[in-house]
Design a protein around this ligand. Structure first.
Ligand code: FAD
Length: 337
């Protein structure tokens, strides 16, 4: 059994930024993540010798704290400004509605993909990957039961303080598999959270697309919500396109088979793909892509029965910036305990 002062579930942005604070204060902490890489929804995949960002596409900086972080990451050369606005469309089927919306605010992206930014943030942090938390219980401390690899025995970690950064329904499931030791009001707030799914196609083409500069199109209605040309974005040496299904379409078609989903997304995007041949395609199902409704606080926490905080992009600002600020604020609260 291994004991830590703080155990963080999830090495996405919220977990990584929290861990950075603990690391700076010499707290004995650990992050456990079920994935093979850090980053969570900051995800990048290799395709036909190129790259596709298939989770978060870009991020903005509205708060001073985020602006400072962005400045630092730009100086370190790990992010760049992708654009200051994207083309907008009403519906992918309505090509005439394509207009460039330039509002002047920078949209940032990881220089070598969004995942590369999180890998950089994870440098030097105490993280165990492929460690899937299956159950959490409270006695006089937190007991965290972890599966390492599919057929392995459950390992037990213990901790004085616990931070959960997985999407809230997942976090609650971990606790309810144990004995759900939370206060009723807190539990109610958390139970009311929900996320949109997103069906995402990644495709490699044999020639450039018709997607206009700077390579991103945001679409309001219909089948597709975002089209990203990763070559124009500057992260791919070959032509690789990311197609995000609209949240309602993704929900309705979530259980359809891979072939059906890929065909529908590619067919709908075709007018902007040009006549390029698809040489590779992959599908990613995000069950929890973005919150449906944001929780008004920066994070949620309690000391009853033990110190526990919930952080992530469901809180306050949402998106990349929200996840980052949530992780930082939750860790500051914990440092005061
Ligand atoms: C398709 C899509 C498009 C998006 N586009 C944008 C965008 O353009 N701009 C923007 O700002 N945001 C966007 N987002 C949202 C953005 O990616 C998220 O807000 C942000 O990355 C969330 O970070 P997080 O740390 O809160 O959660 P996550 O990144 O989800 O991190 C949670 C981590 O917990 C781990 N985990 C879960 N369960 C367990 C378990 N049982 N045991 C161990 N580990 C576990 C996961 O593996 C994951 O690494 C998009 C998201 C998606 C999916």
């Amino acid at each position: 059994m291994t004991h830590y002062s703080v155990l963080i579930v999830g090495a996405g942005l919220a977990g990584l930024m929290a861990a950075k604070q603990f690391s700076g204060e010499n707290v004995n902490y650990i992050i456990l993540d079920k994935g093979r890489s850090v980053g969570g929804r900051m995800a990048t995949k290799r395709l036909n010798g190129g790259r596709s960002d298939y989770g978060a596409q870009f991020f903005t900086a509205r708060s001073d704290r985020m602006k400072n972080l962005v400045k630092q990451w730009e100086q370190e050369g790990i992010i760049h400004t992708w654009a200051k606005g994207f083309h907008q469309m009403k519906d992918i089927a309505d090509l005439g509605s394509l207009t460039l919306h330039h509002d002047g605010y920078p949209r940032y992206a990881g220089k070598n993909g969004m995942n590369a930014l999180t890998k950089q943030l994870a440098n030097g942090l105490n993280i165990k990957l492929e460690h899937e938390v299956e159950k959490i219980e409270w006695t006089d401390k937190w007991s965290i039961f972890v599966r390492v690899g599919k057929n392995s025995e459950l390992l037990t970690y213990t901790a004085d303080q616990l931070m959960l950064t997985s999407p809230i329904p997942k976090s609650l499931a971990l606790l309810s598999d144990g004995r759900l030791p939370l206060e009723e009001q807190l539990l109610e707030e958390l139970k009311n959270t929900s996320y949109f799914p997103c069906l995402c196609a990644m495709i490699a083409l044999d020639r450039p697309t018709q997607i206009p500069k700077p390579g991103g199109i945001q679409i309001k209605e219909g089948l597709i919500s975002f089209l990203g040309d990763n070559a124009q974005k500057g992260i791919s040496d070959t032509i690789v396109v990311t197609i995000h299904g609209n949240e309602h379409w993704s929900r309705k078609n979530y259980e359809q088979d891979d072939q059906y989903i890929l065909e529908k997304l590619i067919e709908a995007a075709r007018p902007l793909l040009g006549d390029g041949k698809v040489i590779e395609k992959q599908l990613k199902r995000w069950r929890y892509s973005k919150p449906e409704l944001l929780h008004p606080n920066e994070f949620v926490a309690t000391t009853i029965p033990g110190v526990i905080a919930f952080a992530g992009d469901i809180f306050k600002r949402g998106a990349v910036e929200g996840a980052i600020l949530s992780g930082i604020e939750a860790s500051k609260w914990m440092l005061k305990r």
